[in-house]
Design a protein around this ligand. Structure first.
Ligand code: B12
Ligand code: SF4
Length: 358
């Protein structure tokens, strides 16, 4: 095999490869100094402008070696070997859309913001790639790594953990990140990149959560404790009824039904229609009320401070009063809580919460 060398520091290449038009184009670009390679350190101001122009409402970077990210490292490096920095971005949601008792309105807002955030993060990755870097944008919500479902976490990166370490906000009582200005009404995205950044964010020195406990009162299945305890299983059983966990239970009901009449006696028409909607368009959340009622954040707090009674009447109460089916595991704390606190909301016992059936 003949090997050529250009004598100017380029690696030796087999003759056939060196003669390929694409290879010659790359080598001549390098020779002309047009392809100097990426800067070793990304400029923080340049990066911020890039993310804001892509559509982010706030941005901060954090090194993968940050001690609070120890639990993320394995997953992050598995998705992009060589990752050095995580770029956290926040995207505002429209508040009254999230607060509407009409689930179709709230779900559209979640999904539109989700799409916008994925689109922006992808644009940032493209710009970083054009600058010579390796970068990826794990999804804001779904898709996730479903082959791990039931055995390991299914998300590539915990956006909340990254956003908090980068200083974009702090987790409130409801376990969502509260941005100091935009409050709870933000979705989060993370871009992984193989370079360092000239300046990293620092954690916020206060928690924007005002400890009003409205999230505790709003949750129809009692998933949020006054002390900040979070009943993840109660939340996912109800809220994710039409996502992978609830879908599994629904599919089993279909399998277990003797005939159409039996199926209809187990699943009312509206539930079947709702499941169809979630399968044919992005799946619908059943709740998210903890986020909807949260008054924290400088841009959000005004109406709550002005007239708390009115705030409760117009924001909290409509969600509490809504007649809607609540999905609970039989014998769970959530079932007892919902029965006691929300007697006007019909309860439905279901199985197949988060983990797949044995
Ligand atoms: C898994 C997940 C969920 C799970 C678990 C939530 C949780 N607190 O972890 C469920 C299905 C319950 C959920 C619900 C919602 N989620 Co969610 N979810 C995620 C996901 C994929 C990972 C979250 C994570 O990092 N968890 C681990 C650590 C960091 O969280 P943690 O709070 O410290 O730990 C909690 C869990 O381990 C949980 N837990 C404990 N036991 C159990 C058991 C089970 C079965 C489960 C599922 C969880 C669980 O309790 C711990 C808290 O004490 C992220 C997307 C992503 N890739 O990051 C979105 C994300 C956290 N979700 C988000 C949103 C908006 C929601 C909902 C509002 C959706 C809706 N419209 O209803 C609700 C809010 C419920 C709530 N109060 O948290 C946003 C939050 C944005 C923000 N401002 O912080 C994220 C970041 C998506 C995004 N890209 O913006 N979510
Ligand atoms: S609703 Fe109140 S207690 Fe709950 S997270 Fe928001 S500010 Fe904190």
């Amino acid at each position: 095999m003949t090997v050529t060398h250009d004598g100017e520091g380029e690696p030796a290449l087999p003759a056939k490869l060196a003669a390929h038009p694409s290879v010659r184009a790359v080598l001549s670009r390098r020779k002309a100094g047009e392809d100097a390679g990426p800067p070793p350190v990304l400029d923080a101001d340049w990066l911020r402008e890039l993310c804001l122009a892509a559509g982010a409402d706030d941005v901060a970077a954090v090194g993968l070696d940050h001690p609070d990210l120890a639990g993320e490292r394995e997953y992050v490096l598995g998705a992009l070997p060589g990752t050095r920095t995580l770029i956290a971005m926040a995207f505002r949601m429209n508040r009254d859309n999230c607060r509407s008792p009409a689930r179709s309105v709230a779900n559209q807002e979640f999904h539109q913001t989700d799409e916008q955030a994925n689109h922006a993060a992808r644009g940032v990755v493209q710009a970083l790639q054009d600058a010579g870097h390796r970068a990826i944008n794990p999804s804001v919500g779904f898709p996730q790594e479903m082959d791990r479902f039931g055995t390991d976490r299914i998300w590539m990166v915990a956006h909340k953990t990254v956003a908090v370490a980068a200083g974009l906000g702090v987790m409130g009582l409801h376990r969502n990140v509260i941005h100091p200005k935009f409050g709870s009404f933000v979705l989060l995205a993370t871009v992984l990149v193989d370079a360092e950044v000239s300046e990293y964010g620092t954690a916020l020195d206060y928690n924007p959560c005002i400890d009003c406990k409205l999230c505790v009162t709003a949750c129809p299945v009692g998933a949020i404790g006054k002390d900040g305890a979070f009943d993840g299983l109660a939340c996912t059983t109800h809220n994710y009824r039409e996502f992978m966990s609830g879908f599994t239970d629904w599919a089993q009901t279909v399998a277990d039904s003797a005939d159409a009449a039996d199926y209809r006696s187990r699943v009312p028409a509206a539930e079947s229609a709702s499941m169809w909607q979630s399968l044919s368009s992005p799946p619908g959340y059943k709740s998210g009320y903890c986020l909807a009622v949260c008054p924290a954040g400088e841009d959000v707090l005004g109406p709550y401070l002005e007239d708390r009674k009115e705030y409760l009447k117009t924001v909290l109460r409509p969600l509490q009063d809504k007649r809607e089916t609540l999905y609970v595991l039989p014998g769970s704390r959530a079932q007892e809580y919902a029965r006691r606190r929300f007697p006007h909301k019909p309860l439905k016992e279901v199985t197949g919460g988060w983990a797949p059936p044995e």
